[in-house]
Design a protein around this ligand. Structure first.
Ligand code: NAP
Length: 266
């Protein structure tokens, strides 16, 4: 008898944690729940263990893995091969970016961003798909991209480029995986109230401080609309309306104007 599971990367905080808590208490309103287990992936084992003991409604299985390393992806791959669950949902939410000019950054700020945001997301997708089977609705993959992926962003160049990759990769995978009945959704939020900004500014700012502070969304809202979009089979979710405007503008404004705008973002 198969166990039907969901896998969430970046489950220890922010948007990933919001997904975890929503799925645990969902009774079919948001997604094709219930799952027998949710595998919660992140580096901080003690945080995952805390979630496993405090979140009610579903069994949370902590999976400690550093996704900047191939060995972290292998940990999940090996667990899938040995337990052979049926995966109903993969959420790639783990992500990072470090603000500042590329010339000022150490190698690790660049390689870790690309490894986690692009390489791990792609390799995990490939590792999980063979375990995805229909049952209680179509299986789904939700990739957390960003509206940063719409435009090149000086002072956050590697992050913005990595999110362009996530959007492009997700769209192509939605086509490749269609014959298997798997929905792939790229989610593009603007600023969200999580640990992200503190980490991105290496502790200098706890939250968005410029004009974007007026557009900061709640992670639970982002997770809610993402689950609904995935269940509907949407290829891309740009949320909220302010980000839809940015998306539209990115298609029409000349690159020089866009760079002038994005180069002034902090
Ligand atoms: N917040 C925003 O403004 C915003 C806007 C648009 C898109 N996003 C995207 O949303 C996603 C979630 O970010 P968030 O806002 O929820 O930020 P967050 O609160 O900082 O969460 C990031 C998550 O990624 C995990 N992670 C980081 N490095 C990792 C590694 N090497 N290996 C495994 N897990 C790792 C962290 O867990 P551990 O530290 O425990 O490993 C944490 O659970 C990211 O992809 C981000 O790019 C965020």
């Amino acid at each position: 008898m198969y166990r039907r599971i969901a896998i969430i990367t970046g489950a220890s905080s922010g948007i990933g944690k919001a997904f975890l808590e929503l799925l645990a208490r969902d009774n079919g309103d948001l997604y094709n729940t219930p799952f027998d287990e949710i595998w919660a992936v992140a580096r901080r084992e003690e945080v995952l263990a805390g979630l496993a003991s405090s979140v009610e409604g579903v069994k949370i299985v902590p999976v400690a893995a550093d996704l900047s390393e191939i060995s972290g992806i292998k940990t999940i791959e090996d667990k899938l091969k040995s337990e052979e669950p049926k995966v109903g949902l993969l959420i790639n939410s783990a992500g990072m970016g470090i603000k500042g000019t590329v010339m000022d950054k150490p190698d690790s700020a660049i390689t870790d961003t690309i490894s986690i945001n692009c390489t791990a997301l792609s390799l995990l997708t490939r590792a999980v798909v063979p375990f995805m089977k229909s049952g209680n609705g179509k299986p789904g993959i939700i990739n957390i991209a960003s509206s940063a992926g719409f435009i090149p962003q000086p002072n956050f160049a590697v992050y913005a480029a990595s999110k362009s990759y996530v959007i492009s990769f997700s769209r192509a995978m939605s086509y490749e995986l269609k014959p298997l009945g798997i929905n792939v959704t790229a989610v593009c939020p603007g600023p969200v109230r999580t640990d992200f900004q503190r980490r991105a500014t290496e502790g200098r700012e706890d939250d968005f401080t410029d004009w974007r502070k007026n557009f900061v969304e709640d992670p639970v809202k982002i997770a809610t609309v993402s689950l609904k979009a995935s269940r509907k089979g949407k290829r891309m979710l740009v949320y909220p309306f302010s980000q839809k405007c940015l998306h539209l503008a990115s298609k029409f404004f000349p690159t020089s104007g866009i760079l002038c705008f994005s180069g002034n973002l902090k």
